[in-house]
Design a protein around this ligand. Structure first.
Ligand SMILES: Cc1cc2nc3c(=O)[nH]c(=O)nc-3n(C[C@H](O)[C@H](O)[C@H](O)COP(=O)(O)O)c2cc1C
Length: 432
């Protein structure tokens, strides 16, 4: 197999994204079947993992009301955990990463549910460690405001330390299941954690078994300096946004530097870059499609509504045809900076258009896009891509273009795997 192989993952929310367009089917995304089909397609295409996004609020930042969030279907989303268990049942090799917020989930509960799903999936579960970014979410949990950005990461650091100790509270051979002695679990191999930190306390042990992977796979998307340090300390896979190849390369090398400083090996953490490939039978057809999508007023309002909700900056106040003024946030800082491209002087309308292809442009036929992905990865140095659909285009048509068009083109070039070599998620992730 070629040495320049890279990893693929898919990113989406459990929502009704593509209900208006020609490929939205019956518009029913809520019984989970659409996502089960997606998971099967991804497994057939040998993706490493499916990452399920999550947020915990209905935002009213855009225009000061919930109107736009609800009109465009930005807000409603199901909890990803029950879906993760269904996907575990339906698949046998695909990694399943669900998002849970360290700001709101009690650590003991998170450790337990993640351990449980790791068992249900036979070692294929992962946790997307987010700290949340919205006051509206904080207000759903009895707080007036979200903790300050960097404090959230200090808290998350301690939180993950505790969660890992809870997973370790059962030694690997604690379950004896000895019929002769009648011992199920050896009490000498199950330990209290007696954790007393600055933010969290927990007695332990966990009342469920050690997860099959030891620790479920840890995934992180911190983009700010504090976020990167947190990611480098714990993550098995980091998902990142780079607007161009230079930024991707820089990001990965910063992470590698941090990993080394922390005594970790760079090859033990896979950095995947968010991309939105658009493929069709010809280059022109693909470009034409993108032009059509980005000119749709619904698309424009959708992007601004979603961005407002995760940055808590009301984008309805800005002129679409004027350069975006300087903006700052206590929310998703990295996301805002990437979108705003400060200093570029680009009008807001152009920034919205650019955000469709998220980062590097991958528009063309399956073959030309596969070639470009190969070139980019070679320049960046690895480790792979996190594919997400353009907004409002998450449907079976788009999925098939990727899994039955683009991925086979990548496979023909020896750039991605054609079969899984391991049963468990982390083993596949670290296999190359
Ligand atoms: C690909 C990707 C997926 C993300 N998924 C979520 C998510 O599901 N829920 C969430 O609250 N934040 C999510 N985030 C936001 C990150 O956790 C983080 O807040 C953001 O990248 C900004 O980084 P910073 O907090 O270090 O400024 C995601 C970010 C990226 C790039």
């Amino acid at each position: 197999m070629a040495e320049n192989r890279f990893h693929l993952a898919w990113f989406c929310n459990f929502t009704a994204d593509s209900w208006t367009g020609p490929w939205g089917g019956d518009g029913n995304f809520w019984d989970g079947r659409f996502y089960l089909d997606l998971a099967e397609d991804l497994e057939r295409a040998c993706f490493d993992y499916l990452l399920l996004e999550d947020k915990l609020m209905v935002s009213s930042v855009y225009g000061g009301t919930m109107r736009s969030d609800l009109k465009h279907g930005v807000a409603p989303k199901h909890d990803p955990l029950p879906l993760a268990t269904l996907i575990a049942h339906q698949t046998s090799r695909l990694g399943i990463v669900a998002t849970m917020s360290s700001s709101f989930y009690p650590p003991w509960m998170l450790a337990r549910v993640a351990a449980t799903i790791d068992h249900l999936s036979a070692g294929r579960f992962g946790w997307n460690m987010v700290t949340s970014a919205e006051d509206t979410a904080a207000q759903n949990f009895g707080l007036d405001k979200l903790y300050e950005h960097d404090l959230r990461y200090d808290m998350a650091d301690e939180y993950v330390d505790l969660v890992r100790r809870l997973w370790n509270s059962w030694e690997p051979d604690a379950v004896v299941k000895d019929r002769l002695t009648g011992v199920y679990a050896d009490h000498a191999k199950v330990h209290r954690v007696d954790f007393a930190g600055t933010f969290y306390r927990s007695r332990g042990p966990l009342n469920t078994l050690r997860p099959p992977q030891g620790h479920p796979v840890l995934c992180q998307a911190g983009a700010s300096p504090k976020g990167r340090e947190f990611a480098a300390k714990y993550a098995d896979t980091i998902i990142a946004i780079g607007n161009n190849v230079r930024q991707m390369k820089e990001f990965r090398s910063t992470i590698h530097g941090l990993l080394r400083k922390l005594g970790r090996r760079p090859e033990d953490c896979k950095v995947l870059f968010l991309v939105t490939p658009v493929v069709d039978e010809t280059e022109d057809a693909a470009r034409h499609k993108v032009e059509r999508w980005v000119s749709d007023p619904d698309y424009i309002e959708y992007v601004l509504t979603e961005l407002s909700s995760i940055t808590e900056v009301d984008f309805s106040q800005f002129d679409l045809d004027a350069p975006l003024p300087a903006v700052s946030t206590n929310g998703e800082r990295g996301t805002l900076e990437r979108f705003a491209q400060a200093g570029s002087g680009k009008p807001l309308r152009d920034l919205i258009k650019l955000s469709l292809v998220e980062t590097v442009e991958l528009i063309g036929t399956p073959d030309t896009v596969a070639d470009r992905m190969g070139r980019i990865m070679k320049e960046v140095g690895g480790d792979g891509f996190l594919i997400t659909s353009p907004r409002l285009q998450m449907n079976r048509h788009y999925i098939a273009e990727i899994t039955d068009g683009l991925v086979p083109a990548l496979q023909r070039r020896g750039l991605v795997r054609t079969e899984y070599s391991h049963a468990m998620f982390r083993d596949n992730l670290l296999a190359f």
